[in-house]
Design a protein around this ligand. Structure first.
Ligand SMILES: [Fe+2]
Ligand SMILES: [Fe+2]
Length: 365
């Protein structure tokens, strides 16, 4: 007598963070194949990424919350396989592990069409195709030829985790289950704590500028291999003292910088004193001790003599953030995605040109 095989649905990913599209894909796949078991392969470190925004434990906690109310919650497990290995694991290795653990099983592997179109580039893709049946959720922008897999009916958004992380800079958590969003805010993941603190403490216009500066900073840091965490933190905090009264800005600045320097800037470029005040407030109120971040904030307005890459990045992003509508901002944004150095030189040139045009003095330190 033939023994009935156990049907297992596998869904892998970074889940950084898990969002509503992940859950919808799973719900649709479960309805389609009615598995006895759903296994979530949470990646320790994706073969396609250098690092994740949240740790494995944090992502596992968020996933557990997101999966709690699903129709298949009682048959769903988050695998610890990669956690125990604590190293980069390829999909074929995870499938081999499942094959050994559940020898009498039929494995369905759920993936987005963005992954499906590049499957042939994956390690041992032939083994993956032979060992499992593929289920593909079509994501906008990645509509493949419908063969070699089962296809879900709904259309899903492209890379929603990236979209979520970008929206979080604007305190927008609409792509998430409310309890997942609550946990993210509580633990300050994905910069939600800083973004929300900025939103609460400044005007709407200023906050939009700050969030747009952080968004550009996040994208440029990613594309140039600059530390994303430092880039986003410095961008979110760079104007945190800008709306304080001038006197308060000066007194804050004096807590972190020499009096001669503060006096010089407040005399030559009074509007720029907020750069020192913001660095001081970032340290005092938000506990930022990283010297690179504080230095980048402290010179984001007039620029410094020997800026670090982070300093150049913030200087560029402040000038060319997405809320700046002028043509030169657009041009600088374009240059910045190909060269930080060229964009930095261009911003310096434009700022000097503007000051000379207005008959002002260029502050030199
Ligand atoms: Fe500023
Ligand atoms: Fe700014």
């Amino acid at each position: 007598m033939a023994i009935k095989k156990t049907t297992i649905l596998v869904f892998g990913g970074s889940f950084d963070p898990p969002h509503s599209a992940h859950i919808s894909m799973l719900e649709e796949a479960v309805t389609l194949i009615k598995p006895e078991r759903v296994i979530i392969a949470l990646t320790w470190l994706s073969p396609f990424k250098k690092e994740h925004f949240a740790s494995f434990s944090q992502r596992r906690e968020l996933l557990s919350i997101a999966l709690k109310k699903c129709s298949f919650a009682d048959i769903c497990y988050i695998s610890d396989f990669e956690f125990k290995r604590r190293k980069k694991t390829y999909t074929w290795q995870f499938i081999k592990h499942l094959k050994n653990k559940y020898p009498n099983s039929e494995i369905f592997f759920l993936m987005g069409s963005d992954s499906f179109v590049s499957l042939d580039k994956w390690r041992k893709s032939e083994y993956i195709k032979k060992s499992c049946k593929l289920i593909v959720a079509i994501r906008k922008g990645f509509v493949p030829k419908k063969s070699g897999a089962l296809f879900l009916n709904k259309m899903y958004p492209p890379n929603s985790s990236t979209e979520f992380r970008e929206r979080a800079l604007f305190c927008d958590f609409s792509l998430l289950h409310s309890k997942v969003a609550k946990k993210i805010k509580k633990h300050g993941l994905y910069f939600a704590d800083l973004a929300c603190a900025m939103k609460e403490n400044m005007s709407e216009k200023r906050f939009l500028h700050v969030a747009n500066t952080a968004l550009l900073s996040m994208r440029l840091a990613k594309s140039h291999g600059i530390d994303i965490k430092k880039a986003v933190i410095s961008a979110l905090l760079h104007d945190c003292a800008k709306e304080l009264p001038f006197k308060k800005q000066v007194s804050l600045s004096l807590k972190l910088f020499p009096e001669s320097l503060v006096r010089k800037i407040s005399d030559m470029a009074p509007l720029a004193i907020h750069q020192f005040a913001s660095a001081a407030l970032a340290r005092r109120k938000f506990g930022i001790c990283d010297k690179q971040i504080l230095k980048a904030i402290a010179w984001h307005s007039i620029g410094e003599k020997n800026p670090s890459k982070l300093g150049k990045l913030l200087f560029i992003c402040d000038f060319a953030s997405y809320d700046r509508r002028h043509e030169s901002a657009k041009k600088v944004r374009e240059i910045a995605f190909s060269s930080i150095e060229k964009a930095y030189t261009e911003v310096l040139r434009l700022k000097k040109e503007y000051i000379v045009e207005k008959g002002g003095r260029i502050a030199t330190i």
